[in-house]
Write a protein of this length. Structure first.
Length: 676
């Protein structure tokens, strides 16, 4: 019987390959790949936007072509978003930590090449795992209930301790702050308004996209404006050498690719497990298991690029398992794909593994071929992309700034997104300068809402027995081991190095941030006293943890000092490789204020004449004032960027642009320039 079943599966897989390789279906697959690569290049335009663009066109297509195009788009979106991550720190957060330092070191081609090949290998491994697991996965996925999901999210938060080097409590404080940011808005369980201040914008919570761009993209662009140089002074490798070196890096670390790809595929099969979480878990796994990682990660180690990129594309294959096996989408993108599947007359579940097995395996082949096509295309262009890092900052900075502004507006498509971008841009730059890790904030923001939701459901459904489920016990034990092992190692190092009481208390500039975080924790505890229990319990637990962890870490740094430097080694969970600054602090602050002044100018102009008309004016003004660039070059770049944004965001995506005073005063202008 097993032999017959295997022969049926192999026959279906072979038939599906023959169907996908037909010229018209390959054409649609290529079309999806091109759309996915273009989407990944633009911050703020994600897979959901791609589905929104392509799904309406698939209703009149045959199902094999339709899903080839959709999966071709979805499979490569995370491949091309490596480009803004590695070159500008504007996407794919885990990849940024080592990719951007490699770019600053002149190794952009190597980082891009390694990431593309790792993406391709991860996508292929994810497709293979999807192919072999579909017939047997149903009982395992059904065994994952809310308590297991809660334990997995706690495990994700526990990764903060291991990724914060010598200051695990520092990372925990920032993660708690991120969780509290994620709790702003209406509590879904009780309807309680939490810290909305009566603003309608905050009732649905803060959108993640402007926070991400504010924390990571704006600080890097600000530092570029402060240094007034190109991202990289020169290219360490020629385009061809960089490509070859990236291939060698992936080949040398093949076992890391295999481990992280498998991890990404398994985690992707868990509903609700987002790409950001998978990235960080893979990065943390590499940090814990790779030799010498704690000394080199975040400083430009290519393994820190390979690990999250391998897991990222493998997740796409894993995420199809619960959707096809029994109709449970792993996220919003899979939910849209599920709707498209049903529009074409297919019902997820046993039928997809029996009567429609050829369609199921056509999806597997689509993912595999899309990864090969997408990675191959990007790989061939990686050398040219790398040259961007050597361009003058006055050419790169205004273009990327404009894309970031328009991308951030896609968070909730309201004015509030721009304010959130500015506020978190200032927070992100301050945290970077004061050596506070930024990634834990994002990890807390991603996982915080999930922890609160899963905890509430687990207690209501299982009471205290949820913690006694075997899978939960294993996951919580792993979380405890991960959380406390850095502290124990730190204590052992300090015991060897010796710790003495300071003669007088010492507070550095970076330590002043402790007071702000502790004050925020106290504010949360005070303001939540009169809330309903279910709305209060989460913020109280998180704020108490933040106050205690922050207080202990501050006391340690203020009153004790290390006799020797042996205890200071450890990875700092943030972008490393910052240039050694010889600029006076006053000059740094003046140039930073000038950079953010351009942002404020953008907002003022946007309020008067609209977002899109502001883009060419700000680009030309920046290039002329900051770099004395020629008028002709400034005008050509400004017009090109504006046309690109108009076509993508207005003509294709049809975004509703923010209103402006000119549009309100002269409504007829909106007929000529709709973005007013």
């Amino acid at each position: 019987m097993e032999f017959l079943q295997d022969s049926v599966i192999l026959s279906a897989a072979g038939d599906a390959l023959g169907l996908i390789l037909q010229p018209e279906r390959i054409m649609f697959l290529w079309l999806g790949v091109i759309v996915g690569l273009a989407i990944g290049l633009l911050p703020g335009v994600g897979g959901l936007t791609g589905f929104a663009i392509l799904v309406p066109f698939t209703y009149t297509m045959d199902p094999y072509s339709a899903f080839a195009m959709l999966l071709g788009m979805a499979a490569v979106t995370t491949t091309s978003d490596t480009i803004p991550a590695v070159l500008f720190g504007a996407a794919a957060q885990a990849t940024v930590l080592d990719g951007l330092p490699m770019t600053k070191r002149g190794e952009a081609g190597r980082a891009l090449s390694a990431s593309y090949l790792a993406n391709m290998m991860g996508g292929l491994i994810g497709a293979i795992i999807l192919a072999v697991s579909l017939p047997v996965v149903r009982p395992f996925v059904l065994a994952i209930a809310t308590p297991e999901l809660l334990a997995m999210t706690i495990l994700g938060i526990a990764m903060v301790a291991t990724l914060s080097g010598k200051s695990p409590l520092k990372g925990l404080v920032v993660a708690c702050f991120g969780i509290l940011v994620g709790m702003v808005g209406t509590d879904t369980q009780t309807g309680q308004m939490r810290w909305t201040g009566g603003l309608l914008y905050l009732q649905d919570g803060l959108p993640m996209l402007p926070i991400l761009l504010g924390l990571f993209a704006l600080p890097e662009l600000c530092d570029l404006a402060i240094q007034r140089t190109s991202i990289a002074q020169d290219m360490k490798f020629s385009p061809r050498q960089g490509m070859l070196q990236g291939i060698k890096d992936v080949a040398r670390n093949w076992f890391l690719v295999l481990r992280c790809s498998s991890l990404g595929a398994v985690l992707g099969a868990i509903p609700g497990m987002t790409g950001s979480v998978v990235d960080w878990i893979a990065y943390g796994h590499a940090l814990q298991t790779e030799k010498g990682a704690k000394e080199s990660f975040t400083k430009g180690d290519v393994r820190g690029v390979i690990a999250p990129e391998s897991a990222n594309n493998a997740r796409d294959g894993g995420s199809l398992v619960p959707m096809l096996a029994f109709g449970v989408p792993g996220g919003a993108a899979q939910a849209i794909l599920l709707g498209a599947l049903m529009v074409h007359g297919f019902t997820p579940g046993p039928d997809m593994l029996t009567k429609n097995l050829d369609l199921t395996y056509s999806m597997v082949w689509s993912i595999a071929l899309a990864n090969i096509f997408g990675a191959g295309t990007c790989f061939l262009l990686s050398g040219q992309f790398a040259r961007i890092s050597t361009l003058r900052y006055t050419l790169v900075l205004p273009i990327i700034m404009s894309i970031v502004y328009v991308g951030a507006f896609q968070g909730s498509r309201s004015w509030g997104d721009m304010y959130v971008l500015l506020i978190f841009g200032l927070i992100g730059w301050s945290m970077k300068r004061l050596r506070w890790p930024r990634p834990p904030l994002i990890l807390g923001l991603v996982l915080g809402a999930l922890i609160e939701r899963y905890m509430s459901i687990s207690f209501l459904r299982y009471g205290m027995d949820w913690a006694l489920r075997p899978g939960v016990m294993v996951l919580l034990a792993c979380a405890a081991l991960i959380m406390f092992s850095p502290v124990l190692r730190l204590l052992r190092k300090e015991n060897r190095a010796g710790v003495v009481l300071r003669r007088r208390p010492y507070l550095g500039l970076d330590d002043l941030a402790y007071g702000l975080f502790i004050a925020i924790g106290v504010y949360v505890l005070v303001t939540s006293r009169d809330w309903l229990f279910n709305a209060r319990i989460g913020p109280v637990v998180v704020a108490s943890t933040m106050v205690i962890a922050g207080g202990l870490s501050l006391i340690h740094k203020t009153f004790f000092k290390e006799v020797r430097a042996a205890a200071t080694n450890g990875v700092h969970m943030d972008i490393g490789g910052d240039p050694e600054e010889e600029l006076p602090r006053r000059l740094v602050l003046v140039r930073a204020a000038r950079f953010y002044g351009w942002f404020v100018l953008f907002l003022l102009s946007m309020a008067v004449i609209g977002l899109l008309p502001t883009v060419p004016l700000v680009i030309m003004a920046f290039m002329r004032i900051e770099g004395r660039e020629p008028w002709r070059l400034s005008a050509i770049l400004a017009a090109s960027v504006t046309l690109l944004l108009y076509i993508v965001f207005h003509r294709i995506i049809h975004v509703p642009w923010p209103t402006s005073l000119m549009g309100d005063w002269f409504p007829i202008l909106r007929e000529v320039v709709p973005s007013m």
